[in-house]
Design a protein around this ligand. Structure first.
Ligand SMILES: NC(=O)c1ccc[n+]([C@@H]2O[C@H](COP(=O)([O-])OP(=O)(O)OC[C@H]3O[C@@H](n4cnc5c(N)ncnc54)[C@H](OP(=O)(O)O)[C@@H]3O)[C@@H](O)[C@H]2O)c1
Length: 161
């Protein structure tokens, strides 16, 4: 399992706390295509995409046959003022018979009670690992939100009111 993040501290946490095998710092890596190929010499079967843009484009060069790409978010694109010019994904999907699907968590709203119960149990049993970045005060909500785009949080961003 390989994680991509913006600081070496976050990569260290991915490995030491969350069980990732390797990490790539996208801010200090010049050639993401080569770095992903090096980290995943056998290719990528599953890509969980939170960011979109050039990082996700680079992953496409390493996908395996029947790869699955879960499109959770595209934070690199949220502040774009023009339509981004990225790779065309179709040739990669066709060549690899790969699947790309987005989702919104509310699609599964009817399963929230079941999820809350299961996640609470896993938390109580120490089977779920998480980190939080807690910011104090209602007035800091805008700053906390903007900080997400600069990677200032290391865990789930929480504003304590
Ligand atoms: N599908 C859904 O239902 C759903 C629901 C909630 C959230 N989301 C999406 O899931 C993703 C993660 O959300 P979260 O709330 O858990 O946030 P998060 O991952 O805790 O924080 C956002 C992180 O994104 C990274 N980032 C910021 N700008 C970036 C860029 N231009 N390129 C690459 N990475 C960048 C930063 O880390 P670095 O230091 O690594 O840059 C930052 O810490 C977001 O895309 C969000 O929109 C989807």
């Amino acid at each position: 399992m390989i994680g991509i993040a913006g600081t070496d501290e976050k990569l260290e946490m991915l490995k030491s706390k969350f069980g990732f095998d390797a990490g790539i710092n996208y801010n200090t890596t010049e050639n993401m295509v080569a770095a992903i190929k090096e980290a995943a010499p056998n290719g990528v079967d599953i890509y969980f995409d939170n960011v979109g843009g050039s990082i996700s484009d680079a992953v496409l060069f390493s996908i395996n046959k029947f790869a699955r790409m879960v499109i959770c978010g595209a934070i690199s694109a949220y502040n774009n003022t023009e339509l981004p010019k990225g790779l065309s994904v179709q040739p990669f999907l066709v060549k690899n018979s790969a699947l790309m699907q987005g989702f919104i968590v509310s699609n599964y709203a009817e399963k929230f009670p079941e999820a809350m119960k299961q996640l609470s149990e896993w938390l109580a049993e120490d089977k779920l690992t998480y980190t939080e970045t807690v910011v104090e005060g209602f007035d800091n909500i805008p700053t906390a939100f903007i900080d997400l785009f600069e990677g200032k949080n290391t865990g789930k961003m929480i504003v304590k009111i």
